[in-house]
Design a protein around this ligand. Structure first.
Ligand code: KIV
Ligand code: ZN
Length: 526
């Protein structure tokens, strides 16, 4: 008799990605409809088990995105979020029902802090949980229930509500650490307690959903898995409100690299990690910090002399995983002005960007312009160029056509700017305290607005004085936060384009007034 080496279902951990819901909820991370569909396709392709595609009742835009993702998904289950109300659950079902494998995720805040918001007693909330989960289960046989702020909920009440949800038909119980308060030992103990105390707990899947406020989200998630959770909720790059959510790439790679002590499998093709990380960074406008585990620019770089020497002797002296395992190709000198279209397409595919013919045509023009100005075009330059292209795709109203600045030791610095506004060129000259200030004043003279600049950041993409600069801009108007990014060998041009990209996103959001009127926050659970 041969013994099977296949992992038992006990060892399989499902990856639930919420980049498009909890991640996108992060202020300034708003994605366009097309970007959401693109990210969903990449998640599906990389082997994510469940994609939380949005919060359908929140806006028409969210509803449309969830419905379309549900129609397009090939293998992933598609989940939508709903508060504990019949209207939310019905709307969620209308959006996810198109999926091959739909899921309704409904939740209510169970901690003393969150019970105050809907002003329900423990008993009243218990009835609400029973009624809403029953309703969801009558619509869909795959129902996830979350006691929001579970880690600050009284143990007895948590067990009681989880039991009610299981009896009402929930098939997955998610245990959120909503405010990032727990620690690994406690996270594990919570799952163990629920498995021990709640009748029927062995018939459902427990999920863990951690936020990173104390920097322990990944550790807390892994501890929960060791205690019996079989679904991890996470986002690409750890995107999410405040300090973010558990990072998908960290959990998946930790389970892979330390499989000796954490013998669990995921269905993720890890070679797709880097490509999707770059896309999420580009479309959300959230730069990945250079020293971020797994996907940071320095995660595989060995800068110090000792390390370099060690690396030359044996890669595994310092590397616990290979760059190619996450889809990272070496940052070599790759392209120059003589490189052709086919080489560019192949190189970009290698970096995780699959382009259609029309897109390639446009990117090739940009690449040639860059190669004319910069004789060595590195992988990171191409990534910056792609990020720039994607932020311009979202831009329809304003476009930088011409910019010349006068700067130096003699004030005032001035900017001569031509902006195309809805297809019409407008020109202005403005002064300011430095070339960037003058440029932003020029934009404001052509396109007056009240948005407040919250952040202005410049990063050099590669080394050398001809390096491209990536500029990130974050702006706020009436509580709406948007970000814009751009890259150019000229820092002031990159600044102008990033500023304009942020304004374009703001205009997009203003245009969604109808949506915003209906917008709801998951925090004001009725
Ligand atoms: O953090 C949280 O509690 C959530 C819930 C809606 C699951 O995101
Ligand atoms: Zn969350």
């Amino acid at each position: 008799m041969t013994q099977s080496t296949a992992p038992s279902t006990q060892d399989r951990v499902m990856i639930f990605d919420t980049t498009l819901r909890d991640g996108e909820q992060s202020p300034g991370a708003t994605m366009t409809h097309a970007e959401k569909l693109e990210i969903a396709a990449l998640l599906d392709d990389m082997g994510v088990d469940i994609i939380e595609a949005g919060f359908p009742i929140a806006s028409e835009g969210d509803f449309r995105a969830v419905s379309e993702i549900a129609k397009l998904a090939k293998t992933a289950m598609i989940c939508g979020l709903a508060r504990a109300s019949i209207g939310d659950i019905d709307r969620c079902w209308e959006a996810v029902k198109h999926a091959r494998a739909p899921r309704i995720h409904t939740f209510i805040g169970t901690s003393p802090q969150h019970r105050r918001i809907p002003n329900l007693t423990q008993d009243e909330m218990a009835v609400r949980i029973h009624d809403t989960v029953t309703h969801a289960r009558n619509l869909c046989d795959n129902v996830q229930w979350s006691p929001m702020d579970a880690t600050r909920t009284e143990a007895d009440y948590l067990c009681r509500t989880v039991e009610i949800a299981i009896k009402a038909g929930a098939t997955t119980i998610n245990i959120p650490d909503t405010v990032g308060y727990t620690a690994p030992r406690e996270s594990a103990a919570l799952i163990r307690m629920l498995l021990d105390r709640v009748p029927g707990a062995d018939e459902i899947i427990f999920a863990t959903h951690c936020h990173n406020d104390l920097g322990m989200a990944t550790a807390n998630s892994l501890a929960a898995v060791e205690a019996g959770a079989r679904q991890v909720e996470c986002t690409i790059n750890g995107l999410g409100e405040r300090a973010g959510n558990t990072a998908l790439e960290e959990v998946v790679m930790a389970l892979r690299v330390r499989n000796d002590i954490m013998p669990f499998q995921t269905g993720i093709d890890t070679r797709k990690i880097m490509g999707i990380s770059r896309r999420v960074s580009a479309v959300s406008g959230f730069q990945v910090q250079p020293n971020k585990a797994i996907v940071g620019k320095n995660a595989f770089a060995h800068e110090s002399g000792i390390h370099q020497d060690g690396m030359l002797k044996a890669a595994d002296n310092f590397e616990i995983m290979r760059p190619e395992d996450i889809g990272l190709t070496e940052t070599n000198l790759v392209m120059g002005k003589h490189s052709g279209r086919a080489a560019l397409r192949a190189k970009l595919a290698n970096l995780g960007f699959e382009l259609g013919d029309n897109q390639l045509k446009d990117v090739f023009v940009r690449f040639k312009a860059l190669a004319d100005r910069k004789k060595e075009v590195f992988d990171d330059d191409l990534v910056a160029l792609m990020q720039d292209a994607s932020s311009e795709e979202a831009n329809e109203h304003l476009k930088v056509k011409f910019l010349r600045v006068i700067c130096g030791t003699e004030a005032p610095q001035s900017a001569d700017l031509t902006l195309t506004v809805n297809g019409v060129d407008q020109q202005v000259t403005a002064t300011g305290d430095g070339p960037v200030d003058a440029t932003f004043n020029a934009v404001k003279a052509i396109f007056p607005h009240e948005a407040r600049l919250q952040l202005y950041q410049v990063h050099a993409v590669t080394e050398g004085t001809d390096a491209q600069a990536t500029v990130s801009v974050r702006m706020e108007e009436d509580g709406k936060i948007v970000t814009g990014q751009s890259a150019d060998t000229d820092t002031v041009v990159a600044s102008a384009k990033a500023y304009v990209a942020a304004l374009n996103r703001l205009i997009l959001r203003r245009d969604r007034v109808g949506d915003d009127r209906r917008a709801v926050s998951y925090k004001d659970v009725s």
